[in-house]
Structures are given as C-alpha cells and as structure tokens.
Design a protein around this ligand. Structure first.
Ligand code: HEM
Length: 313
C-alpha cells in the first residue's frame, strides 16, 4: 500500500487542511464586529495629563500591531498567568506562575523549527536558511546522527503540557478529549520522527523519502524501493493532524490574528462605534410626540405642554 499511505493519504489530508483552514478564516472574517471590544489592562488614551499605556490600551494601528507582535512572538498575556490558592483563614492568594508560559514557548518554537527544518526534505536545493537552522539546532553534536534540540523540545514540551493537565487538579477538571488528543498526536509524531532518525535508521531509505517528498510538492510523486514502515506511520500521524487541525482548537494559529479582543483599537472614547445593522430608528422627541397626539391627549384629559389653538366660533 505504499502509494495509498505515501501519496493518496497526504494529498487528501492537505486538501482538507487547506480547505478547512480557509473556510474557518473566511467564517471569522465575515462575522461582524461593530463595537470596539478589545481586552485592555492599562490606561486608555484620555486627557493630556493622564499617562496613556500604549501597549495595554493601543489607540493607533501601530500600537495594535506592536501589541499583536509581542503576543504572537512572546506569548505576552500568558506570561502574566497567575495561580490562585486557598490557605487557612480561609485566605485566597494569587501568585505568579510562569511554568505554563515556559512549556508553551518551548513547545511552540520547537514545533515551528522542526517544521521549517523539514523543508530540507521537500526542497531541492535546500535553502540556506533551512541548512543554517539544521546546523544551529544540532550544534552540540550529541549522538550520530546528531540530535536536534528542538526534537527534544517538541517531545518534552508535549509531554509536560500533557502532564500539567493530569497533575493540576483545576486544569484536569476542565480538560476534555479535545485537549488531550492533539498533545498525544503531536507527541506520537515527534516520537516516530525521533525513532526514524535515531533508532530505526537501518530500515529507512532517506534518498527515496526525499524523492517522494519533492515529488509530492511538484505533483509527480514516485516511490522508489522500500522506505520503511515507521516512515508511513509518521506521515499517517501527520495526515491525521492536518485533517483534525481546522476543526479543532489548534485553529488558534489562525484565530489569534482575527481575534477582535486583540486586533482592535481601544478608541471607544474618541470614536463612536455604531452598530451598522441596527434598524434605522428616527428620533422622536416628546415635543414631536405631543404634536402628534395633542388632540387625543386633551380629549383624554392628559396635561399637555402646548395648548391646542383656540377654536374659532
Ligand atoms: C506536523 C508536521 C511534522 C512534525 C511535527 C514532524 C516531527 C518530526 C520530528 C520531531 C522528527 C525527529 C527529527 C527532527 O526533529 O527532525 C522527524 C523526523 C522525520 N520526519 Fe517528520 N514531522 C512532520 C512532518 C513530516 C512529513 C510531512 C514528512 C514527510 C516527508 C516527515 C518526514 C520525516 C523524516 C524522513 C524524518 C527523519 C529525518 C532524519 O532522519 O533526519 N515528517 N519529524
């Protein structure tokens, strides 16, 4: 079944991934956001003598972009993560908790670098930036072939994030299958990749793999010889991740850019945000109301501000 698992499954998975990803982003982009609903935790722009916090309550596009970039590249809001505990008294305390941020950063950056490094399999010639990352990532030369730091970061990060959900009873209480499954899947992808590189090397034909990978991106896939079962397992797990991706919480990859709580300006003091699909309601003052109903009001004995014109005999 090499062509089924090596060609058909990857193509179907990529198609579902791209189609699903675009569909989700288009749905989000189409959702109306009439009001400025950003989350802020700093002083908004106000009077001259009140110090404006530009990053926490951005007022211009440049400030919004700066806040977004810091969020995306440094997980800034996660850095503020706190944990609450109840002590004797009873007294509640809030303490800084950086572990989640640390595990998160290690996991996400390792994942990104592993994916970029994999481009050496798909591109010929290999771009210099990919070759450099490959060198930098394995510069400690541990083992033959040398181990990449990000392989350890990806597998270790996934294991730590998974353990956190089991060990921390607050998080365990709110964790669902959809929280555990992607971590297990990514862990399994990392482990099968590491097995292929470090432990089951003999059964692997890396030349045939490169030929297949380049063939897949140039729409002329060929499978020359025995590649090794572990490769097909690795690729099948990746295909599963691709299919699962658009319909899961992993879409935060695209969602972070479209989140109105992050990508809007905190300018509701300066700009009036009007809901465009509200019905067009004409203002109706009391004076106008009385003009319309004065006769009936007088008939019913209701006091009016302006008397009816005197009747001519
Ligand atoms: C979500 C995408 C993927 C992830 C997270 C992933 C992860 C990994 C990891 C952690 C390794 C261990 C060595 C290293 O870090 O490079 C590895 C190795 C490997 N992966 Fe992947 N992989 C992915 C996609 C793919 C795909 C689509 C292919 C198909 C060509 C592939 C083929 C390989 C091969 C051939 C190796 C062994 C490389 C070597 O011997 O140096 N991987 N993968």
């Amino acid at each position: 079944m090499p062509y089924f698992f090596g060609v058909f499954v990857p193509y179907v998975a990529i198609a579902i991934f791209l189609g699903g990803f675009v569909y989700r982003v288009v749905q989000w982009a189409k959702s109306p956001v009439p009001f400025s609903i950003q989350t802020t935790c700093g002083q908004g722009k106000s009077l001259e003598f009140i110090k404006h916090n530009r990053l926490e309550a951005p007022d211009t596009t440049a400030e919004v972009v700066a806040r977004m970039l810091l969020e995306i590249f440094t997980f800034r809001s996660l850095f503020r993560n706190t944990k609450s505990e109840i002590h004797d008294g009873p007294k509640i305390t809030y303490e800084s908790s950086k572990w989640l941020w640390l595990f998160g950063i290690v996991f996400h950056y390792s994942f990104l670098i592993v994916v970029i490094r994999h481009m050496r399999l798909f591109l010929n010639p290999v771009p210099e930036v990919v070759a450099f990352l490959d060198w930098a990532d394995s510069m400690f030369e541990i083992g033959v072939p040398s181990m990449y730091m990000t392989t350890a970061g990806l597998i270790g990060g996934a294991a730590l994030l998974f353990s956190r959900r089991l060990v921390n009873r607050h998080v365990r209480y709110i964790s669902l299958v959809n929280d555990y499954f992607p971590l297990v899947l990514i862990f399994a992808i990392g482990v099968t990749g590491a097995l292929m590189r470090h432990f089951l090397r003999d059964g692997i034909d890396i030349v045939a793999i490169k030929q297949l990978a380049v063939g897949l991106v140039t729409f002329s896939p060929v499978i020359n010889g025995e590649i090794g079962a572990i490769f097909y397992i690795h690729v099948f797990l990746v295909a599963t991740l691709l299919v699962y991706f658009p319909f899961s919480k992993l879409m935060h990859l695209g969602g972070v850019f479209l989140s109105p709580t992050r990508n809007m300006k905190n300018n509701s003091r300066a700009v009036r945000h009007i809901n465009p699909w509200n019905p067009d309601i004409k203002p109706h003052s009391y004076a106008g109301y009385e003009d319309e109903f004065r006769e009936f009001m007088v008939d019913a004995g209701i006091p009016v501000e302006k008397e009816l014109p005197a009747q001519k005999d």
